[in-house]
Design a protein around this ligand. Structure first.
Ligand code: NDP
Length: 299
């Protein structure tokens, strides 16, 4: 491997340490930042995410409010809960864990969250603010990617960036953030022609596709920085029958031979996502109370 490893786990720890410091400052002013996480149903992966979020929220000194609702909760009851959290001054951030059960309209739920408390950055108001270069709540995963890129490169101005994937959660906000930092941005997707040639132009590649190991080393420009957002579980017969392992959207070994820097999976973007959720909650709290926002924790 010739690429520098961008250690998301270690970087996330430094972000959490900053957040912990800033939370202490806010608490000294008599305010405790609070994050409410709502989980509907018993999806095992979502339950693990919610548990981790709650644990890390408490570790940085914030208040964690967990609302676990049964899978058959009527949509109206969920919307009532969101309205109560919107009105609760102890709650500065609200996150509804997705996916929600089929009988609930996720768009409606996201639209019901007060944009000022929308720490996931999915509310249409925040999407619009980000797209027009204004102060927004920024989705956590792309924010984490941006922080790692800024940390590695310093200025991103003028760099060619290719984002592979155009989802509302990762690809599109990632492209907006890179544009905000003056990259020349291309967004590739499933209909892109000659995607390998497109990726080859990039100084920065952000892969958010959901296809195991799709981007290989021969797609890359030598020295490119690769941010692998993908989290894919694949069979791992080498570890034994029925064993699995996590891989990204980039083929790590071949990419690491050509790239200048690369994030691993696991241990890259994943830990940064929760760290940015905590950072967003702190930011929302500071904005709600007119306190100075900590530097370097927002876009
Ligand atoms: P989506 O399924 O919503 O979007 C995937 C995107 O990839 C789509 O825009 C799709 O294009 C594009 N795509 C699919 N196949 C190809 C292909 N063959 N060539 C080029 N583009 C393709 O996924 P998400 O954005 O939600 O997530 C992407 C990955 O990131 C997943 O592995 C997910 O698990 C992971 N993830 C990780 C997070 C973390 O914290 N690390 C957080 C969120 C997601 P089209 O629009 O044309 O269909």
């Amino acid at each position: 491997m010739t690429a520098t490893l961008i250690d998301g786990k270690a970087f996330a720890a430094t972000i959490r340490a900053r957040v912990t410091q800033e939370v202490a400052r806010v608490k000294a002013a008599g305010i405790t930042p609070g994050l409410a996480v709502v989980l509907v149903g018993k999806d095992p992966a979502s339950a693990v995410y919610v548990r981790n979020k709650g644990k890390q929220t408490v570790e940085v000194g914030m208040e964690s409010f967990e609302h676990k609702l049964p899978a058959d909760t009527p949509e109206a009851d969920l919307l009532d809960l969101i309205a109560k959290l919107n009105a609760d001054p102890a709650v500065h951030g609200i996150l509804c864990q997705l996916p929600v059960p089929d009988h609930i309209d996720a768009e409606k739920v996201l639209a019901a969250i007060d944009p000022a408390k929308d720490v996931d950055g999915f509310h249409i108001s925040n999407v619009g603010l980000l797209a027009t270069g204004q102060k927004a709540m920024v989705p956590c995963t792309p924010l984490g990617c941006l922080m790692m890129l800024r940390d590695h490169h310093g200025s991103l101005s003028g760099l060619e960036a290719v984002v592979v994937g155009r989802s509302n959660i990762v690809g599109k906000p990632m492209a907006q953030l890179l544009l905000g930092d003056s990259c020349t941005v291309t967004v590739a997707h499933s209909r892109t022609r000659d995607i390998e040639a497109v990726v080859k132009r990039a100084d920065i590649v952000v892969a958010a596709v959901g296809r195991p190991e799709m981007v290989t080393g021969d797609w890359l420009k030598p020295g490119a920085t690769v941010i692998d957002v993908g989290i894919n579980r694949i069979d791992a017969p080498e570890k034994g029958a029925d064993k699995t392992r996590l891989v990204g959207d980039c083929h790590f070994d071949s990419c690491a031979e050509v790239a200048g820097a690369i994030t691993p999976v696991p241990g890259g973007v994943g830990p940064m996502t929760i760290a940015c959720l905590l950072a967003n909650t702190l930011t929302a709290c500071c904005r709600a109370h007119g306190l100075a926002e900590p530097e370097g924790l927002t876009a």
